[in-house]
Design a protein around this ligand. Structure first.
Ligand code: SF4
Ligand code: SF4
Length: 331
């Protein structure tokens, strides 16, 4: 286990990174803000939102150091030394341990014990701390808001800030009774956090955060061929369920989108922005993705890709003829 002196030494010439996984509405971003506000040093935090709706997975990132030069990055954290998961249903949905270095810690709000968390993740060799923050939240706050409570578990294993420092940050942010209740809940979390260390004395590897080039990122997102349900269409009282490969979004737009292979630098920005997975990439033997073309049957000609392409390698051409569409006609 880390001790406070050791952590203070690390922070002098290293940056410690944190990543919070939550669902929209659970307050993961507030938790990361509070870390920076409670920390006696330099800190920065950034949120990353996916689809903007309640319940969808969100991430937020924190960098803390006593050296201000080490926190000057606005990018997401790729190597988190501590990962906090506010909702254990995310364990099956999101790669919560991505980038976790040797000696890093995973903190989970869950009723499960550490063994069950490891089994869920199929990772036995991992440091885990668990806290039933939901139970504490319902008992003390009367609402399932666990974002401050999980910080109690973080204090217990990381020593990045103290309960007093976090209490001051909470008092400055929240008012009156609610602030007091949050502090009470955090105290209880510190007492109730269960800790499992995979190997005693394991040192935290303070690896430098490294950005993964887009050309090597596999987002793990399914394409239209893998999605078995693309849309639910209503027809009077009947519900018609259709597979993605039957929804030809390419027939919706007026433009043919044209890709210029010569100009393309494989930056993958078009692939990232395309709402219809219509940018097709292929992987080579060395694990690097290359742009292959545009799937006209699913490109709805929104032109987002044209806007983001930094080298003007994509253009649009008006489809010819009345009623013409991008879906290839059958023989
Ligand atoms: S025009 Fe829109 S749908 Fe078509 S490839 Fe570009 S981003 Fe995707
Ligand atoms: S955004 Fe432009 S340069 Fe980048 S991969 Fe797409 S087409 Fe190529």
């Amino acid at each position: 286990m880390l001790d406070p002196k050791q952590v203070k030494e690390m922070l002098k010439d290293h940056c410690i990174n944190l990543r919070f996984h939550a669902r929209g509405g659970q307050g993961g971003v507030t938790a990361s803000n509070l870390c920076v506000e409670a920390f006696d040093g330099y800190g920065i935090c950034q949120p990353r939102f996916g689809a903007e709706r309640m319940g969808s997975p969100t991430e937020s990132y924190v960098r803390l150091s006593l050296n201000k030069d080490l926190i000057q990055s606005n990018e997401q954290v790729y190597v988190p030394h501590f990962v906090a998961v506010l909702d254990d249903s995310l364990l099956n949905e999101v790669d919560v341990t991505a980038g976790l270095p040797y000696g890093g810690w995973l903190i989970v709000n869950t009723e499960m014990n550490q063994k069950a968390v490891q089994l869920t993740l199929a990772m036995e060799d991992i440091n885990v701390a668990t806290i039933d923050a939901t139970n504490i939240a319902m008992e003390i706050l009367g609402r399932n808001i666990t974002n401050t409570i999980i910080l109690g578990a973080l204090i217990k294993i990381s020593h990045l800030f103290t309960l007093d420092q976090l209490s001051d940050a909470i008092m400055a942010r929240f008012k009156g009774e609610i602030a007091g209740k949050n502090v009470k809940a955090i105290k209880q979390a510190i007492e109730e956090t269960c800790i499992y260390e995979a190997e005693s004395g394991r040192e935290l590897a303070l690896e430098v955060d490294t950005k993964v080039p887009w050309s090597q990122v596999d987002p793990g997102l399914p394409g239209y061929k893998e999605l078995d349900l693309a849309g639910v269409w209503y027809c009077d009282s009947d519900v018609i369920k259709v597979g993605s490969d039957q929804v030809m979004t390419g027939s919706w737009g007026e433009w043919n989108i044209i890709w210029d292979e010569e100009k393309c630098t494989n930056c993958a920005q078009c692939w990232y922005i395309c709402p219809d997975f219509a940018i097709v990439r292929e992987i080579d033997n060395e694990g690097v993705y290359h742009m292959k073309g545009i799937d006209q049957a699913h490109c709805k000609s929104c032109q987002n890709c044209i806007e983001v392409c930094p080298v003007n390698a994509i253009s649009a051409e008006l489809k010819q003829g009345p009623g013409s569409c991008a879906v290839p006609e059958e023989d």
